[in-house]
Design a protein around this ligand. Structure first.
Ligand SMILES: Nc1ncnc2c1ncn2[C@@H]1O[C@H](COP(=O)(O)OP(=O)(O)OP(=O)(O)O)[C@@H](O)[C@H]1O
Ligand SMILES: [Mg+2]
Length: 428
């Protein structure tokens, strides 16, 4: 305990000190000759108890108390007034200003020491209480953090299990579709060939029938030509190859969807890293988000060749999906009629590929900019957003791929997310 004796009489200082040292083993004693010196010491060092004279040069004891209160101290020492006067008025004012007790001068040993002891006991109790409160506070903070990370871990787990389940389902369906798709695709190549041959043959037949007067059965010729016209065979023969080309495109698309579904099945594989071109990733991502995007936004891309990045493909696809879905939501909130725009481009840097995804949606309020990557932060109505999309994105970019992500946005003016993914990373 540090005790400050503020007293302009040296004799009284020494009497107080000697009495303290005689009865209290565990204390350090400091002296101040006047109020100003006392304030200076209380400002600059931790003092637990002040024995404060009332009548002193420069500042009175009461004025010292007033100053202490004005400065709104974090750690106010306990104050016991030392008084020779029995002026109840001044003492009362001192109590109003925070003094807790008084000791009469000349000191009476037992009175002096018992009051000091009781003040020190109070101080010790208060300090213990404060320590307990601080301990509780830190434990509380730790509990809140543990709770948050538990929730996050649980979400990750559920999400992962969901992905595994969806992945298995997708892989199963993809496998089932793949076989018929393979033979329909291969048959289509033949169909195309056959149609072309048939078309040539029928057109030649028609031309011969029409121009050759020597055909024996004129009735048959007329009826065949009529039937040709009636059934619009010229148009059918022209349209047929087009239909086949269109159908072929449809089949290619189904094949792409099947391949995306198979890739999706690998989403749950955290450990698998490979070299991938960003443009190829986006091709699969667009298939996944197509439904979400097509009625709300046009996507404009510009992918100057970045070297391939070493990444977990499923995870990077997941973050691109998160970012595109967020952009669509922001656009829907901003543009009620008509389509918004999502611009995506890449910049090849020396050691990383920068992906920039900009939308012309609502933008982000300045006060939210520092929070959007926090887990559970969402501005969506309850039940609609978990607020985990961007925190998972941050985790995947920064922790899993040693990259960076940041956002530029102004409320009302859309948002641009910049993601830097290194070409090479050391995975521990
Ligand atoms: N492109 C964007 N434009 C405007 N605000 C955005 C954009 N992307 C994210 N935000 C803001 O950041 C918040 C957090 O996004 P995050 O993806 O983490 O969660 P969420 O989209 O709200 O919920 P969830 O992803 O679980 O559906 C959003 O609620 C939104 O306020
Ligand atoms: Mg989201």
């Amino acid at each position: 305990m540090r005790i400050l004796i503020v007293e302009d009489s040296r004799i009284n200082q020494y009497i107080a000190r000697d009495t303290l040292l005689k009865f209290l083993l565990d204390c350090e004693i400091e002296f101040a000759m006047d109020g100003e010196e006392a304030l200076e010491m209380i400002y600059t060092q931790p003092i637990d108890l002040v024995l404060l004279d009332i009548i002193m040069p420069k500042l009175t004891g009461l004025q010292v108390l007033e100053q202490l209160n004005k400065a709104s101290y974090k750690h106010l020492p306990k104050v016991i007034m030392l008084t020779t006067i029995s002026d109840a008025k001044i003492l009362k004012a001192c109590f109003d200003q925070g003094a807790t007790d008084y000791i009469k001068k000349p000191f009476e040993e037992m009175d002096f020491i018992s009051r000091i002891n009781s003040a020190l006991r109070e101080i010790k109790n208060e300090q213990a209480l404060k320590r307990n409160a601080e301990l509780l506070e830190t434990q509380n903070i730790k509990l809140i953090e543990a709770n948050e990370s538990l929730k996050l871990a649980q979400y990750h787990l559920v999400q992962k299990e969901k992905l595994v389940a969806i992945g298995e389902l997708a892989a199963g369906i993809a496998h089932e579709i793949n076989n018929p798709l393979a033979f329909v695709t291969s048959n289509f190549t033949n169909v195309r060939q056959y149609v072309s041959t048939l078309k040539t043959f029928l057109e030649q037949l028609y031309a011969t029938l029409e121009s050759d007067e020597s055909v024996l059965n004129q009735d048959l010729k007329v009826s065949l030509l009529e039937s040709w016209e009636r059934n619009d065979l010229a148009f059918i023969l022209d349209d047929f190859p087009e239909l086949i080309i269109d159908s072929q495109k449809g089949l290619d698309r189904v094949a792409k969807i099947v391949s995306s579904m198979r890739n999706f099945a690998r989403l749950s594989d955290d450990e698998y890293f490979e070299y991938v071109y960003i443009a190829d990733l986006f091709e699969e991502v667009f298939i996944v988000v197509n439904n979400e995007v097509k009625y709300s936004a046009n996507i404009i891309t510009d992918f100057p060749e970045c070297p391939p990045i070493y990444c977990n493909k499923g995870q990077i696809e997941q973050i691109l999906v998160n970012l595109l879905v967020n952009a669509v939501h922001a656009i829907k909130n901003q543009i009620h009629d008509g389509m918004g725009t999502i611009r995506i481009h890449t910049i090849p840097h020396e050691d990383a590929c920068e992906i920039i995804i900009c939308d012309n949606g609502t933008g982000i309020k300045e006060a939210h900019l520092s929070k959007i990557f926090d887990p559970f932060f969402t501005t969506k109505p309850e039940g609609q957003g978990t607020g985990l999309g961007l925190s998972i994105t941050h985790n995947i970019v920064v922790d899993k791929h040693h990259g960076r992500i940041h956002v530029d946005s102004q409320w009302g003016n859309g948002a641009c997310f910049h993601i830097f993914l290194p070409y090479k990373i050391d995975i521990e």
